[in-house]
Design a binder for this molecule. Structure first.
Ligand code: MD3
Ligand code: FE
Length: 216
């Protein structure tokens, strides 16, 4: 193993099973924060963050963009993956190698050696933004995990079970934390509580979350 991330298995990050098949890798992205944030800036320069509208007609408080072969979008007609950015009409920016490598390395760590993401949804939370309890089910094959990378301000993440009314647990996700959501947890309800104000040395008054998916 001689790739950039090969040493990640040597320096095993602290791992914690949050739920069946959900593995938290604390600080897993910290060695790569610089290159990841630089790549994120490049993506946002060609596909700017925007607050999308839900099918129900509400504007999301979280601003989003995407990279990869497909990007998650929502508007009055529904939720879906699209190869093109609806704002520019052009394909989403390519997924940077450092993104794919980070996601694959974490997935391997979490027990998914075959995971190859084709989509990365990038969420930007400013103070006051939140994401209400939902399931991620717009992807074609739920045997693939989702890998999430948190950067910047901390946020309280909320996750329940397979049913909306299942009891929820809360956990604070910090800069550099990575979670692999596979197995039963893949379809668990989850959300992010209202982001508190703060200042982060790398991201300022914001939290970014990257979710790597196999959408197609
Ligand atoms: C559990 N994002 O983009 S990341 C989302 O922090 C989303 O921006 C949140 O929920 C965020 O859909 C949560 C953690 C996460 C991501 C995907 C999951 C948890 C998940 C998919 C299934 C189960
Ligand atoms: Fe989600």
């Amino acid at each position: 193993m001689d790739d950039l991330f090969g040493d990640m298995t040597a320096t095993l990050p602290k791992r914690q099973e949050l739920a069946a098949g959900a593995i938290l890798l604390r600080g897993c992205a910290l060695p790569h924060e610089g290159v990841v944030l630089a790549a994120l800036q490049d993506i946002a320069a060609s596909a700017p963050f925007r607050r999308m509208n839900t099918p129900g007609g509400f504007q999301m408080s979280v601003a989003m963009t995407n990279c990869g072969d497909a990007g998650w979008v929502t508007d009055r007609s529904g939720y879906r993956y699209d190869a093109n950015d609806p704002v520019s009409g052009k394909p989403w920016p390519a997924m940077p190698d450092v993104f794919r490598e980070l996601a694959m390395s974490a997935a391997r760590e979490g027990g998914y050696p075959d995971f190859v993401p084709d989509a990365c949804l990038i969420n930007r939370y400013e103070p006051g933004a939140r994401m209400s309890l939902h399931q991620d089910k717009d992807e074609r094959n739920f045997t693939n995990p989702i890998v999430s990378v948190s950067l910047g301000l901390p946020a309280t993440f909320q996750f329940g079970g397979a049913r909306r009314n299942d009891p929820v647990e809360k956990i604070v996700l910090h800069h550099g934390d990575v979670v692999v959501w596979g197995g039963p947890s893949r379809l668990y309800y989850h959300g992010i509580l209202t982001l508190k104000d703060g200042e982060h040395a790398q991201t300022g008054r914001a939290r970014f979350n990257l979710t790597f998916r196999k959408a197609l």
